[in-house]
Design a binder for this molecule. Structure first.
Ligand SMILES: *[C@@H]1O[C@H](CO)[C@@H](O)[C@H](O)[C@H]1NC(C)=O
Ligand SMILES: *[C@@H]1O[C@H](CO)[C@@H](O)[C@H](O)[C@H]1NC(C)=O
Ligand SMILES: *[C@@H]1O[C@H](CO)[C@@H](O)[C@H](O)[C@H]1NC(C)=O
Ligand SMILES: *[C@@H]1O[C@H](CO)[C@@H](O)[C@H](O)[C@H]1NC(C)=O
Ligand SMILES: *[C@@H]1O[C@H](CO)[C@@H](O)[C@H](O)[C@H]1NC(C)=O
Length: 246
């Protein structure tokens, strides 16, 4: 009697597929991505001397800030913004790599910012309402922090999420939200309609390491599209080739 045939599930090609699937979805925030998605939203906190024209320009809309209206159903008139208002900005969520390490991919929008004399990575992060940070700008641009040219552009990298088939197939559009003051992942989730224990558990899985953090860092919250429904995860949007991924 010979040895029993190997169980079909452990065939080498399948094992390879399983391992690949694990690495490509290792981190909820998009580390190790191979593909991005068309749309992500960011929550922009309006500061002094900032209006919709100013914010639209930061996000590549020129003077066309009205393109933000569909993402801001709660604010029918973008012509009058007050300090402390939050508006949703839109951008495409790409799979990018660090200039210093092309193999380290992550999900982010890349906005082209025209430098003004005296700009620093800190002042630029502040103009973008902390949707990025000085450190992250330094890591994603080739200019050293003390040598940003007066004329030129800086890539403003704003992290985003396209969802994660390992967490839920129900969500495919996310809001990038920088925590301020006393805000936490749980408080922001609750203010966006996710307050049951089960919902909070789901939101935490999209935000590893952000549990218990107050007032700084970025969280990702599932969000509705302009038609008013949650956009389900697009399986092709994550580059999934695997039948067992939703
Ligand atoms: C921004 O999007 C969030 C999440 O969908 C929503 O709760 C909020 O009302 C939107 N903001 C405005 C000003 O409409
Ligand atoms: C924003 O401010 C600029 C400069 O003051 C002004 O030209 C522009 O019309 C304002 N835009 C809006 C939407 O209020
Ligand atoms: C950005 O973060 C800095 C440092 O935490 C804070 O002082 C500043 O008020 C924040 N700006 C906005 C617009 O949230
Ligand atoms: C953006 O994501 C990268 C990769 O996960 C991370 O190293 C970086 O700190 C994040 N940046 C911000 C501003 O959260
Ligand atoms: C901005 O991104 C573009 C495209 O990835 C790249 O060619 C350019 O060098 C970047 N700029 C800086 C200052 O790093």
């Amino acid at each position: 009697m010979g040895p029993p045939p190997p169980p079909p599930l452990l065939s080498l090609p399948l094992l390879f597929l399983l391992l690949t699937a694990c690495t490509t979805t290792a981190a909820a925030a998009g580390d190790g991505c191979s593909k991005g998605c068309d749309l992500a939203l960011g929550s922009y906190y309006v500061g002094s001397d900032q209006n919709a024209t100013y914010i639209g320009k930061l996000f590549g809309l020129g003077d066309n800030y009205r393109l933000l209206s569909p993402y801001n159903p709660g604010r029918p008139n973008l012509d009058f913004l007050d300090i402390g208002d939050r508006i949703n900005v839109s951008f495409s969520c790409q799979c990018l790599a660090r200039p210093s390490d092309p193999s380290a991919t992550f999900l982010a929008g890349s906005l082209s910012y025209t430098v003004h004399t005296g700009d620093t990575y800190n002042s630029i992060a502040d103009k973008y309402s902390n949707l990025t940070t000085a450190d992250w700008l330094a890591a994603t641009n080739t200019y050293p922090p003390n040598n940003i040219p007066d004329i030129g552009t800086v890539n403003v990298t704003v992290n985003c999420s396209c969802g994660n088939s390992k967490v839920s197939g129900a969500y495919g559009l996310f809001l990038t939200y920088p925590l301020r003051d006393r805000e936490t992942l749980d408080s922001v989730a609750a203010s966006h309609g996710f307050s049951s224990q089960e919902q909070l558990d789901t939101i935490r899985k999209y935000n590893p390491g952000m549990d218990g953090v107050t007032g700084s860092g970025i969280v990702f919250i599932p969000t509705k599209d302009p038609s008013g429904s949650y956009l389900p995860l697009k399986s092709s949007g994550t580059g999934s080739l695997f039948p067992f991924e939703s």
